[in-house]
Design a protein around this ligand. Structure first.
Ligand code: UDP
Ligand code: MG
Length: 331
């Protein structure tokens, strides 16, 4: 069986159309399948619509999270709940086109353990984001201590082995495209053209995107930490040069005062920058030490027919581990 995991946050306009498109694509893929919709604490009618879909289509599994946990929390809950021998991750706004699903499955059948959908092109109506994406990938590419495929998001297929490896990673601040590459296994790439979201506004705030970008960089590179050393070298060189120039320049007391003040601000800025970078890492270390879960599942709605005995046990087990507490599996 192939599981498709889709995080959903306030997507009431899109769900029915999206499910139709996924169902069409999966019917053509000659395999058993399920779609695990993870309702990430939606405040609109998304949950009711998903539950309604479930009465019409037994392929639908609905995971309810205890509140809104964010994209990565929802995806992690889906990865823990999916039973498939392969699991596909995709967004529910048509930016990851459902027509590509059969290609991902075919590549897996041909022997790939991980099939990454890489963006050949990208349509983005938000101009600031469109400008920042290439910048982010360039920065990540040059800083990362480990090769990570660029221009790839969560849209991908992972074999059961790979999903189990990713689930076993305890990291809290996750950059999934990086971890998916880090666990290894035989990778294959499928190219697609990324569309704009079909309806509604993007649900991820600018701040949460910046945090995600920082997660990506801090979890795959120590280089920003070495920045303080580069700044130290720069500050030393400047101080020697300035000291030397003192003997040649005759100037008024006022100019000297301004010069000193500007130097103090400049050096202060460099120091604060280093402390800020350090803080990004220390904050993440604090998150890891606290070991809070990435999200909490409040209920899983699954058709009883889909619960093969041993597979069902694995599912319940995974949820129990995941929540570090009690799991509820409701039909
Ligand atoms: N999403 C989620 N929780 C959130 C924000 C978003 O589950 O807190 C879902 C959303 O419904 C969509 C996917 O994650 O299916 C990607 O979100 P969005 O399209 O807003 O992100 P973008 O494409 O703008 O990066
Ligand atoms: Mg989107």
């Amino acid at each position: 069986m192939v599981s498709v995991v889709v995080p959903i946050y306030n997507e009431e306009e899109l769900i029915v159309k999206f499910h139709e498109a996924v169902a069409n694509a999966m019917e053509g893929a000659r395999t058993q399948w399920e779609v695990v919709y993870v309702n990430d604490g939606s405040s609109d009618a998304s949950l009711e619509i998903l539950r309604g879909l479930q009465t019409l289509d037994s392929h639908v599994v609905v995971v309810e999270l205890s509140r809104n946990w964010g994209h990565m929390g929802a995806i992690s809950a889906g990865l823990q709940t999916a039973h498939g021998a392969a699991v596909i991750l995709m967004d529910g706004d048509f930016q990851d086109p459902p027509e590509v699903l059969p290609q991902l499955i075919d590549a897996w059948r041909d022997g790939a353990e991980v099939v990454v959908a890489v963006r050949r092109s990208r349509q983005e109506s938000r101009k600031l984001l469109a400008a920042l994406f290439p910048l982010f990938y360039r920065l990540l590419g040059s800083l990362s201590d480990y090769p990570i495929p660029l221009n790839a998001g969560i849209f991908s297929l992972m074999s059961r082995k790979c999903v189990d490896s990713v689930n076993a990673l305890g990291e809290r601040n996750r950059y999934l495209p990086g971890l998916r590459a880090w666990v290894g296994y035989r990778n294959k790439v499928v190219y697609y053209d990324r569309q704009d979201r079909l309806a509604g506004d993007g649900k991820l705030s600018f701040i949460s995107r910046i945090k995600y970008a920082m997660d990506a960089i801090t979890s795959f590179s120590y280089k920003p930490l070495r920045l303080s050393f580069a700044l130290f070298m720069f500050a030393c060189t400047m101080s020697v040069l300035l000291l030397g120039s003192m003997f040649f320049v005759k100037t008024s007391v006022a100019t000297v005062g301004l010069g000193v003040a500007s130097t103090v601000f400049f050096v202060g800025g460099l120091l604060l920058l280093s402390i800020g970078v350090l803080g990004e890492y220390v904050g993440r270390v604090y998150d890891e030490v606290r070991s809070r879960p990435l999200s909490i599942i409040s209920r899983v709605h699954r058709f009883p027919a889909m619960l093969a005995p041993q597979v069902g046990m694995m599912g319940v087990q995974a949820e129990t581990n995941y929540q570090n507490g009690k799991a509820t599996e409701a039909a």
